[in-house]
Ligand binder design. Structure first.
Ligand code: GDP
Length: 275
């Protein structure tokens, strides 16, 4: 954590503005409040990415951020028209600074850091902006020694995403990050995550569960039974293959097969300091 924060601090000093990529299905959970402290007074655009997997509640949160004076954009890096929409929002973010520099006779490009917790789509966004010129897609530390900039029209981007560690201090947010795939699967307790996901989805988005698995209620473990039955994950001796059921459930959720969602609400945004 300390190293990531130091690297982020170094990188931030070189940039004029920051695009903080959030997951539109869990925007509060994918916000690390440490970043806001690091950014200090530089302009930030909160990009609600993967909006193709999120429902109208995400729109509500974008509006909420805007009402609170933040720059926020509902976005899907996979959609046509995405590039232009993002370029416009980024231009607006640095318009004031760019104008001031021009008045002083400087024509240097505006520099951006694309930051966020893992798997929110930072590399995809960098590739989109750079037209694929950006070489690195992983977050491997130490790949690049000096700072490298990718030219993207009127902007320059740091060629490696600023990856922030997830904010693990709150279990609710940590679990939601796990559902959407922003926590390394190796360190996940899949059974816990799957059962918690069933409980949370049944409370907020029961339709997806009933349509895909015929779930109409019950304790989380009973719902998992239903997943196994519907998917045919039955072992010899008629036991349920819970491991396969858990993975299938999480996978279905991540791919949007249980419907579009937004798990965080305005209170969550306030709680984590996003508004
Ligand atoms: P990073 O770890 O933040 O750099 O994330 P990546 O750019 O590697 O993206 C993680 C995954 O999310 C990849 O499989 C991308 O294809 C996918 N992804 C990125 N943007 C979107 C989006 O807008 N919608 C959807 N559905 N998937 C996306």
């Amino acid at each position: 954590m300390a190293k990531a924060v130091r690297m982020m601090e170094d990188n931030l000093t070189l940039c004029d503005a920051v695009v903080f990529v959030l997951d539109a299905r869990a925007p509060a959970s994918s916000f690390n409040p440490k970043l806001r402290d690091l950014v200090k007074n530089k302009p930030v655009l909160y990009l609600f990415n993967k909006a193709d997997l999120a429902d109208g509640r995400a729109d509500g949160l974008v509006s909420l951020l805007k009402e609170n004076g933040k720059n926020a954009l509902k976005f899907s890096a996979n959609y046509s028209g995405a590039l232009r929409k993002l370029q416009e929002a980024m231009s607006a973010l640095v318009a004031e600074k760019s104008r001031r520099l021009k008045e002083k006779g400087s024509a240097r490009p505006m520099r951006f850091l694309i930051a966020g917790v893992p798997n929110t789509g930072k590399s995809t966004v960098i590739n989109l902006l750079s037209g694929g010129k950006h070489a690195q897609t992983g977050d491997k530390a130490g790949v690049t020694r000096g700072k490298q900039w990718v030219k993207c029209g009127a902007f320059e981007l740091l060629d490696t995403p600023g990856t922030m560690p997830p904010y693990f201090e709150n279990q609710k947010f940590a679990r939601r990050l796990a559902y959407v795939g922003s926590v390394n699967d190796d360190i996940l307790e899949y059974d816990e995550i799957a059962l918690a996901l069933l409980e949370e989805l049944f409370a907020t988005y029961p339709l997806g569960l009933s349509e895909r698995y015929g779930i109409t209620g019950g304790e989380p473990l009973e719902m998992l039974d239903q997943v196994c039955v519907r998917r045919g994950f039955i072992l010899r001796g008629n036991e349920y293959d819970y491991e396969r059921g858990e993975r299938a459930l999480v996978d279905d959720f991540r791919k949007g097969k249980l419907g579009k969602v937004c798990l965080d609400n305005p209170d969550d945004c306030a709680e984590i300091g996003l508004i």
